[in-house]
Design a protein around this ligand. Structure first.
Ligand SMILES: [Zn+2]
Length: 326
């Protein structure tokens, strides 16, 4: 009776219920209340023969109380998996004809449900990246306010033309500086030989006058617990010349980027993690444009999941993403 329907845009609109049924039960219907597998099924619903609980395919899932049709949810999941750098809420809202806030909530639900708890061992590459606050070059009132927030003294606006030029220059450099303060430091941990990736956001609430050396000082404090959590059995790390990794007592290959060395003495590079960061920045800039700092964990989680499962079959990606939601 189980039909093996391929999941694509056409089949989702025609057979949403069948696809949902297959993804939810994977061939084994069980009672959500008592776990029994003695189930009687009629056209509309299922009934547990042990506890007499009546349920449908959507019972006890987030899809049960939703007013949106299942096909729209399946579309959203499908698009989330097929777009290699994600899909923005505006784009999704146009594609499946829902409002942008609805599309955002759908994507957010999918994003937050992803469970990505890897532990890496063997050879791993570590590097830091600074995300957020790419404010562009034009001065604006928002940036002006932000600069004030970061404690810059903003001089009063001069009246004559010549000093006005200098004034504008000063203000601009102040804004650029405060933009660099308003970033979140993220630690990237990648396996050397495959796509397994962990992204750990640090200093989520950057203190107003934090500068990179201070951030690094804090990171040094966090690193041992990060190692314990994500790299309990790491034996070999590859990093750049940053001194914060010196506490590690296993094998350590260093790429001295300051001296333009892009290969360590024993032949290891950090290229893989640089590639990750370049993709990550393009995802943020190109697809999402902007996201609130308070959601950075979820976005990084999404990206790490995407990157780790990049080569998986589409069907498997959809199944595992669906598994997080039900
Ligand atoms: Zn039951």
């Amino acid at each position: 009776m189980e039909k093996n329907i391929q999941i694509n845009l056409e089949s989702i609109s025609k057979n949403a219920k069948e696809i949902f049924h297959r993804l939810r039960w994977k061939g084994h219907i069980y009672c959500p209340q008592c776990g029994s597998i003695r189930i009687a099924t009629d056209k509309q619903s299922h009934r547990c023969k042990d506890c007499d609980f009546r349920f449908s395919d959507t019972s006890n899932t987030v899809f049960h109380s939703t007013k949106l049709p299942l096909s729209k949810w399946l579309y959203a999941i499908y698009l989330f998996c097929t777009q290699s750098r994600g899909i923005s809420s505006y784009n999704l809202s146009r594609l499946i004809s829902v409002s942008q806030p609805t599309a955002w909530r759908m994507l957010h639900l999918i994003r937050t449900s992803i469970v990505h708890d890897l532990k890496l061992d063997g050879t791993v590459i570590l590097d830091e990246v600074y995300l957020g606050a790419d404010w562009g070059k034009k001065p604006s009132y928002q940036k002006f306010k932000k600069a004030k927030e970061f404690g810059f003294d903003i001089p009063p606006k001069p009246q004559d033309h010549l000093t006005n030029i200098k004034y504008r220059k000063d203000i601009k450099s102040m804004m650029m500086k405060s933009a660099s303060y308003d970033k979140t430091q993220v630690l990237g941990i990648s396996s050397y030989n495959n796509r397994s990736l962990i992204l750990v956001p640090l200093n989520n609430h950057t203190p107003s006058s934090a500068i990179i050396t201070q951030l690094n000082h804090q990171l040094r404090g966090h690193l041992p617990s990060i190692f314990q959590q994500y790299l309990p059995n790491a034996q070999h790390i590859v990093t750049d010349e940053a001194p914060i990794y010196k506490f590690f007592d296993g094998r350590h290959s260093v790429n001295n980027h300051g001296k333009s060395e892009y290969k360590s003495e024993d032949g290891f590079t950090t290229n893989r993690i640089e590639g990750v960061f370049s993709h990550l920045k393009r995802m943020i800039r190109g697809v999402y444009q902007h996201f609130s700092k308070s959601y950075i964990t979820q976005y990084l989680n999404e990206f790490a999941w995407r990157w780790t499962h990049f080569d998986d079959k589409l069907e498997n990606k959809i199944e595992s993403l669906f598994g997080f939601l039900v």
